[in-house]
Unconditional design. Structure first.
Ligand code: ZN
Length: 220
């Protein structure tokens, strides 16, 4: 185990919760940082706090809701219906441009204040939903930029970058938290925890991954 501290950008969803337990396995002390950015489903934050309590990690909520005022998108604007299907040739309207850039940059400043130089994020290029700041090239570029900006040596970890949803479930299982991730996280765009609404893109991706993982496990 790395004797250092790590900070996880934590939403209380499947991916960042898996990353939280991954960080607990690899680092001595773990911090979870949750952003309030005007999301419709504020209960996300309560669920995140509860998971952090169970994981026995430091938990902090940071209000960055000014982000919602920068652009129109269906995650924060209740007058916009969420895209159930990604429109051809453009971003889904759940896209908040630069969100991961904002989050990771703020997380880095917060982390530095606490003597933390390992940052963990659940972004993945595999189940790429069309968000450019989930890509590996962006993360590597930002890592360099953060180091230059603060003259420090940050290390951004992306345990999910090259794995798909089924493998993310496998990782949760390996970390001993499959049931916790399945029952207590919120990924659903309609704000329903656990198995969710069942039909939004996030639920579909999550369920298909779980079914694939469970059938692989049962066939072993
Ligand atoms: Zn859903």
């Amino acid at each position: 185990m790395n004797p250092d501290k790590a900070l996880v950008v934590f939403s209380g969803g499947q991916d960042s919760t898996t990353c939280l337990f991954w960080a607990k396995k690899h680092f001595k002390e773990v911090y979870a940082l949750t952003f309030l950015y005007g999301q419709k489903h504020v209960k996300e934050v309560d669920l995140a706090r509860e998971i952090a309590r169970k994981a026995d990690v430091h938990f902090e909520v940071m209000d960055v809701s000014f982000i919602a005022g920068l652009c129109k998108n269906s995650l924060t604007d209740t007058s916009i219906r969420m895209d159930e299907v990604k429109p051809e040739g453009s971003f889904p309207n759940t896209f908040v441009p630069g969100r991961n850039m904002f989050f990771l940059s703020i997380a880095a400043v917060y982390a530095r204040e606490h003597g933390i130089f390992h940052l963990v994020t659940g972004v993945s290029q595999t189940d790429f939903s069309g968000y450019p700041d989930c890509r590996d090239s962006f993360i590597k570029s930002l890592n360099v930029t953060l180091n230059l900006a603060m003259d420090e040596q940050f290390d951004i970890h992306t345990p999910l970058m090259w794995i798909d949803k089924a493998q993310t479930w496998a990782l949760a299982d390996e970390l001993g938290v499959l049931d916790l991730v399945r029952n207590e996280t919120l990924t659903c765009y309609n704000g329903i925890p656990g198995d969710g609404c069942g039909h939004c893109p996030a639920c579909t991706l999550r369920r298909t991954g779980l079914e694939k993982y469970l059938s692989m496990k049962n066939n072993k």
